[in-house]
Design a protein around this ligand. Structure first.
Ligand SMILES: *Cc1c(COP(=O)(O)O)cnc(C)c1O
Length: 235
């Protein structure tokens, strides 16, 4: 495996170009078109000053884990770069559904009926319809968000039929101690049998494998921005 945490001496734009090259190479090796893979730069914990050079270099798709942190950072950046695409990749509390729908363009972590209902209600109210991924807990880890694989088909149907969510695909975060390819293969299989095209899978240390298994959205933080600071101080 290549080093996943680039030195903080290296400009983030150099890291960004390097991961783009690796995505292109992994796609080509898998016989896929690199244009079919969205690179989400995961900027959680990093401040606006660290994010800005990537925007100036033309990057537009970003991921944040926490609604509140995103609220503190992104309005000012959106005012300067109108075509930013903001992805919510972390768990969403139901009471944050309203802010999530207002702030994000894509939500990767729909994983329970209460949240699906709250998102649908906000979408109907506001007319804003962020694309949604359903998070599947492929490793069935008790501490991790996501629907269990055995309940995925039923939950997908519920989100489509009862809540009419704009479903785009499935997302997973494999257990850190397991071979990720088994989880990527499982996610791809569930998506295929449900007619879902998009797969949000692959992080800094396993995105090339994820691409080989059909990932459409890789979520890379450390490989672009370096190690995360311990916390983000909400102003
Ligand atoms: C933090 C995070 C990432 C990015 O992880 P890296 O290993 O830094 O690339 C991707 N996906 C989710 C859901 C995350 O919370």
């Amino acid at each position: 495996m290549a080093d996943i945490a680039p030195s903080s001496e290296v400009p983030v734009t150099t890291n960004l170009n390097a991961v783009r090259d690796r995505i292109d190479a992994a796609a080509t090796a898998a016989g896929r078109n690199p244009a079919g893979i969205t690179l989400i730069a995961v900027s959680k914990m990093h401040d606006v000053g660290r994010i800005l050079p990537t925007l100036e270099a033309g990057h537009r798709a970003f991921g944040e884990s926490r609604v509140q942190e995103a609220q503190a950072k992104w309005p000012e950046l959106r005012a300067r770069f109108s075509d930013i695409e903001l992805h919510l990749i972390g768990p969403v509390q139901t009471k944050k559904a309203k802010v999530a729908v207002a702030l994000f363009d894509v939500i990767h972590s729909v994983d329970r009926e209460k949240l699906a209902a709250a998102l649908a209600r906000e979408m109907d109210k506001t007319g804003r319809r962020p694309a949604c991924f359903i998070q599947v807990n492929t490793g069935e880890e008790p501490q991790k968000a996501g629907v269990p694989p055995a309940e995925a088909d039923r939950f997908i149907a519920l989100c489509r039929e009862r809540y009419q969510l704009p479903l785009m695909g499935l997302m997973c975060i494999p257990p850190v101690t397991e071979e990720p390819s088994l989880h990527f293969a499982l996610l791809a299989k569930i998506a295929k049998r449900n007619g879902l095209q998009a797969l949000s899978m692959g992080m800094s240390d396993d995105f090339e494998t994820a691409i080989a298994f059909g990932s459409s959205h890789v979520r890379l933080g450390t490989a672009i921005f370096g190690e995360r600071p311990g916390h983000f101080a909400t102003p």
